[in-house]
Design a binder for this molecule. Sequence first.
Ligand SMILES: [Zn+2]
Length: 225
Amino acid sequence: MNFDQLTGRTRTHLTWSDKLEIFIHPPVENDLVGLKNKAWENGFDLQVASGFRDFQRQKLIWNEKAQGKRPVLGRGSSVGFDLAKKILTWSALPGASRHHWGTDFDLYCLNSLPLDYKLKLTPEEFGPGGVLSSFGKWLQENLKDFDFFCPYQEDKGGVLPEPWHLAHGPSSVKFMESYTLPIFEKNLQESDLELSEHLLKNGPKLYKNYFKNISLNPWNLNSIS
Ligand SMILES: [Zn+2]
């Protein structure tokens, strides 16, 4: 994996999937199709809300949140480095999003939603009594059969839990292994982001807490530090 692939600046690691109608990292396609088919057999119309997202798209989201043009959820105050950390609990740093790889997806179930429902992807939707609660439960029970896991399963003090976000284990781990601290810092230096003066001073801390800090999984047992 090269720098541009790891940081979402190219699509050379992706292919268009006619079956899924998304760009995807090729080794992932069969497993995601398998998961979707199994879901259908079990009564769930599994859909991808968000798959590959490029650097520019993530940068736009980041800068709008930093400038107060988009709401910022999460804990902490809203100035300087605290604002950066607050954004990071919900939105990845541009160039360091798992969505750059074509191995990670935000999923939902179309036929669980009322007509004209606007999907938000929130803990409430997937929690007890939420519209996607039974789909979320099904997902957790079936993801392993297709080599997926949930990298944000529980609150580990970095990214808040995202039960809708699935990662393909064998593929995403290869991207993670290639994504070293020097790559993380080079990305920060070349990104020209809002709040970059705070980000550049805190590279190692951000790398550890918001990038490497994912849930335990069978493919990456020692990623937790
Ligand atoms: Zn996601």
